[in-house]
Design a protein around this ligand. Structure first.
Ligand code: NAP
Length: 266
């Protein structure tokens, strides 16, 4: 499968590495168009893919073209691409906020996938939610699914509004987790433990808790209750978290991110 990328930054590179690693494409089947000469030489040197500075060339070449530039760079990246892709070619956008309608009309192209990955894609542990226009064929859906599955898990959804919701949950989600991680590390240091020990404790606690939830399939409330003995230390901490409205603050944060994602889409 010939896969072209417009934008070979953090996310573009993560996807390229993943599709090469999973043998979905070989380096000769990947072309990256990037405005940055530094990115082009990095990608060609380290991954052996072909590179260009001409976005039109990439779109003409690829069976699938992945749009992986930042939202603010998108209008410029789309210049000259109107009507370039043929119906048998698929455009797969990971650009936050760019709607299927906006992309289809800017490109004069009706086979478009819109996806929202997240940064753990860099190590094959991402989760991507995606949807597509009606005219995307079964075969094109299969191609999109296999490209996206290379970076971790993928979920196809029928309604585009779920992409903005996923942006607020799984797209931005790693930032929420890192903030919690950082705060717990600060707390451990504050009560007097050596920083290096605290960092290991916090990381393994987050990883282990997530894996336990995944492997047992048990509801988080049930797993939380298992740690909370009557009159014990965890119960003491949980009261403080409830009094500080941790749950509603998290809800408000997700709603704010969702509203922002919707406003980006116009
Ligand atoms: N990172 C995330 O957490 C995440 C998660 C989900 C979705 N996404 C989406 O993924 C997309 C890419 O994000 P990223 O973090 O990979 O961005 P990035 O690191 O900035 O990569 C974008 C690359 O595209 C290049 N570029 C800019 N304008 C271009 C143009 N007109 N033609 C060709 N190349 C151009 C940039 O070059 P310069 O640096 O020289 O401008 C850069 O090398 C974004 O739309 C974002 O919404 C990101």
């Amino acid at each position: 499968m010939k896969v072209a990328f417009i934008g070979g930054g953090t996310m573009g590179e993560a996807m390229i590495k993943a599709i090469l690693q999973k043998s979905i494409a070989s380096p000769s089947d990947v072309m990256v168009s990037d405005i940055s000469a530094e990115r082009r030489s990095h990608l060609s040197e380290h991954l052996g893919v072909s590179v260009t500075a001409d976005n039109r060339e990439a779109v003409r070449w690829g069976e699938v073209t992945v749009l992986a530039v930042k939202p603010q760079a998108l209008p410029r990246a789309l210049i000259g691409l109107e009507g370039v892709a043929k119906p048998q070619q698929l455009i797969l956008s990971i650009v936050a906020g760019a709607s299927l309608k906006a992309l289809s009309s800017a490109l004069k192209h009706h086979q478009v996938v819109r996806a929202m990955p997240n940064t753990p894609a860099q190590i094959g542990e991402g989760i991507t939610v995606w949807t597509c226009t009606e005219r995307v064929t079964e075969e094109q859906r299969r191609l999109a699914g296999s490209i996206l599955a290379a970076t971790g898990d993928e979920i196809a959804v029928d309604e585009e509004r779920y992409i903005d919701m996923a942006t607020a949950l799984s797209g931005s989600g790693p930032a929420y987790v890192y903030l919690v991680m950082e705060a717990l590390i600060d707390a451990g240091v504050y009560i007097g433990m050596p920083r290096a020990t605290v960092e290991r404790l916090v990381l393994r606690t987050l990883l282990g808790s997530a894996r336990l939830a995944e492997e047992t399939g048990r509801h988080p409330a049930e797993l939380r209750n298992m740690v909370t003995s009557p009159g014990g230390t965890t119960a003491e901490a949980l009261v403080v978290l409830e009094e500080a409205r941790l749950r509603s603050v998290l809800m408000d944060a997700v709603v704010a991110a969702y509203e922002k994602a919707r406003s980006l889409g116009g």
